[in-house]
Design a protein. Structure first.
Length: 298
């Protein structure tokens, strides 16, 4: 089980967390550190050895060592869940979940949820293309401590009372991992439902204005597909905005096997991009905006 976790390519794990290399030199990838804020990349990943080293912190190791730093915990079962939430390995996910239920992580203390107002969190979402008014309407702000240190993150609730947590340096969950279900209900029951892997993609769809009138299911991890099934019955259309990767395609296949032609793959909208948020960022980044403006004068 530990061997399976350690075999996960660090580059894939970092990519799922939103970190891409700035340079490649042979088998070495260089990143801006995911553990702290920096301008000059000093975080190295050796793809042959599948290990990392942060020159600014003087720390390194394997994927579990990285998760220890990212999630501020030494509870192995909790770290395994955090890793497999991003890179699903079903056998590990099942065992880790069982262990975690018996031995809960030393987790987040003094947990408090308030309206989303912190400038750093609003700026983080704006960097991902999400306007402040949409973020404030759909998300909250969580403050908590781990091992005596204070943290804060964007919070997005699920049906079990848990919270998906995100900030520039952290991706995790407080409480039990589950789906989020958001009925449209403005003009009565909706006949269509939109399905997203994560809430950032959901916020991206709201920003793009492409899901008006749809009920919404946010999986919060592709391993939660089965948990979504009771909520998807009865719709005339299930519009899927899943990632353009193996995990997203597998989830789409599972839903199609259950609901047939009711399932509509909407990923062609962001063809060439990994997910809807990446498409949004590319469409509305200042660089692209300037390029489009320059084209008008050529």
């Amino acid at each position: 089980m530990i061997k399976e976790i350690k075999s996960i390519p660090l580059a894939d794990f970092l990519s799922r967390l939103g970190h891409e290399p700035t340079a490649k030199k042979g088998a070495r990838l260089w990143y801006k550190s995911p553990l702290r804020q920096e301008h000059t990349p000093s975080f190295k990943v050796d793809t042959l050895l599948n290990c990392w080293y942060d020159f600014g912190l003087g720390k390194g190791g394997n994927i579990i060592d990285l998760a220890t730093e990212l999630y501020q915990s030494t509870d192995l079962s909790y770290l395994m869940l955090c890793i497999t939430d991003n890179i699903p390995i079903q056998s590990v996910q099942t065992v880790a979940s069982s262990l975690h239920q018996r031995h809960s992580a030393p987790g987040m203390e003094s947990f408090e949820v308030v309206p989303l107002e912190h400038r750093a969190l609003v700026a983080y979402l704006q960097q991902r293309g999400i306007p402040a008014h949409i973020a404030a309407e759909k998300c909250k702000e969580a403050h908590y401590t781990v091992n005596g240190k204070s943290y804060f993150a964007v919070a997005f609730g699920n049906i079990n009372g848990g919270c998906e947590l995100r900030n520039k340096y952290f991706k995790g969950c407080r409480g039990r991992k589950d789906i989020s279900y958001l009925p449209w209900s403005r003009d009565g029951p909706s006949t269509e439902c939109a399905v997203f892997e994560g809430f950032i993609d959901y916020l991206s769809a709201l920003t793009l204005g492409i899901i008006t009138g749809n009920d919404v299911v946010v999986l919060n991890s592709v391993v939660n597909v089965n948990k979504a099934i009771p909520y998807l019955n009865g719709y005339t259309a299930i519009n899927c905005y899943l990632d353009n990767d193996n995990a997203g395609r597998t989830a789409l296949s599972e839903l199609t096997a259950l609901y047939g032609t009711t399932v509509i793959d909407r990923s062609s909208l962001y063809s060439g991009f990994n997910d809807l948020n990446e498409y949004l960022i590319n469409q509305y980044s200042p660089i692209n905006k300037n390029d489009n403006e320059n084209k008008q004068y050529r």
